[in-house]
Write a protein that binds this ligand. Structure first.
Ligand SMILES: Cc1cc2nc3c(=O)[nH]c(=O)nc-3n(C[C@H](O)[C@H](O)[C@H](O)COP(=O)(O)OP(=O)(O)OC[C@H]3O[C@@H](n4cnc5c(N)ncnc54)[C@H](O)[C@@H]3O)c2cc1C
Length: 395
């Protein structure tokens, strides 16, 4: 792949950088001793979400959200290379994560691939502006890695031509702020596994939806249990054909693992590493072999992620769709972020405080090898679908 940017791409990068420089309010001071450049503990999630909505709406107003989506749905028809440029510049600017990231990264691409033009017109612009936040109602208490074992039912409602959904979902990020949820449910009674599933859009404000926040290891409660009891879903909320939910959900999962976030994470972690080197030099810790080994390991894993990202980019630029390689990217990223968080604690040393941004990051990094599919599951996908090893036995 030719990694140099064309003139048009250079101009695009310049425009992105100029807009971000003029509009991002710096939340960190790179020279401050206390500053790590990483996310602080969130004390008030409601306030953070409110600020996030306002920021995303401003970004969307300037055309910088969902940039690869068609213009009619709020995007600007950007190419995969422009998306990668944008993600890198965005991460470099220190701007906050998009509040509606489930909508932008998962629901949007799924609707674009499988939704009707009417569904796209109805939902995509409000996803872009963050007017309507989305969540992903996939995992259940008995179905995570083995997602096709899910038991939430969507039964036909003869009165409306739609569905009535009952069941329990879990680990649903931002459900408490979401207007809509992308819900995988069993529409054909008596089926098991991937057959007989459908993807429907649940109105999170409908009668019968109960949301209970769950506190994570960081002390924050971003994700939730969601109880669905006879929730009415209109006929127009079915995404893709009935019974083909597994195929539709595969699009969601492929985007979750490997298209948008790795480019951003690459730049974010470059920033972390630079800060860790500075901190280690300041602490006189660079001569400590444990610290220097940890930093070098973190650097190497960052370079491996970058190489995977280039490969993804060249596939997307040739018009390809994310495939099983996205498992490789996801696995590399989770290993890298956990390694870097370990390195951070090694750099801070035994005299560090018990609670600070790096400590929060270390705790948060534990979720990286679970969310979006565990590392063990990614290894299974890599073994079976990329390396061609024998398939594991499934029920
Ligand atoms: C921060 C965070 C946010 C999340 N947000 C959402 C969300 O918004 N919406 C949503 O639907 N879900 C969400 N999830 C759920 C996530 O997708 C699941 O946690 C994940 O798929 C694993 O499922 P599980 O927790 O049921 O673990 P299990 O599937 O029960 O796995 C338990 C252990 O067994 C191992 N294991 C399971 N099967 C195999 C196998 N075949 N081979 C080898 N090892 C195996 C796993 O690797 C793991 O170590 C989130 C999770 C986290 C951590």
């Amino acid at each position: 792949m030719d990694l140099s940017l064309t003139e048009t791409e250079q101009r695009f990068a310049h425009d992105v950088r100029a807009w971000l420089e003029a509009n991002v309010v710096p939340t960190r001071d790179a020279d401050s001793d206390a500053d790590s450049g990483i996310s602080e503990h969130v004390d008030d999630l409601v306030e953070t979400i409110g600020r996030g909505r306002a920021w995303q709406s401003k970004l969307a107003g300037a055309g910088w959200v969902g940039i690869n989506w068609p213009e009619e749905y709020g995007g600007r028809g950007a190419s995969p290379v422009e998306v990668a440029i944008f993600n890198a510049e965005y991460a470099r600017s220190g701007a906050p994560q998009l509040v509606n990231r489930v909508g932008i990264n998962l629901a949007g691409p799924t609707l674009l691939a499988h939704g009707t033009p009417e569904q796209c017109r109805r939902w995509l612009p409000a996803i872009v502006s963050a007017e309507e936040i989305w969540c992903q109602l996939f995992s259940e208490p008995g179905a995570g890695s083995d997602l096709s074992g899910l038991v939430t039912r969507a039964e036909p409602d003869p009165g409306t031509g739609g569905w009535r959904v009952s069941g329990q979902k879990v680990w649903t990020s931002y459900a408490q702020f979401a207007r809509y949820g992308l819900c995988l449910a069993r529409t054909e009674p008596g089926t098991t596994g991937p057959r007989g599933l459908s993807l429907v859009v649940v109105d999170m404000e409908a009668a019968g939806v109960e949301i209970r926040p769950l506190v994570q290891i960081t002390g924050e409660a971003e994700f939730n249990e969601v109880f669905l009891e006879d929730v009415a879903v209109p006929a127009g909320h079915l995404v893709g054909p009935a019974g083909q939910g597994w195929t539709v959900a595969s699009t969601t999962l492929a985007h979750e693992r490997g298209t948008n976030f790795p480019f951003k994470e690459e730049v974010v972690h470059e920033g972390y590493l630079a800060r860790l080197f500075t901190l280690a030099a300041r602490n006189g810790a660079l001569d400590d072999p444990d610290v220097s080994d940890a930093l070098v390991d973190a650097y190497v894993s960052l370079v491996v992620l970058r190489t995977h990202n280039w490969r993804t980019l060249s596939k997307l630029a040739r018009g390809g769709e994310p495939g099983p390689e996205s498992s490789w990217v996801k696995l590399t990223w989770s290993d890298m972020t956990q390694q870097m968080s370990e390195a951070a604690l090694a750099v801070e040393g035994p005299a560090s405080g018990l609670w600070g941004p790096w400590q929060r990051q270390w705790l948060w990094s534990k979720a990286a090898s679970i969310a979006g599919g565990t590392s063990e599951v990614q290894r299974n996908v890599i073994g079976e679908r990329i390396l061609g090893l024998p398939r594991e036995q499934r029920r």
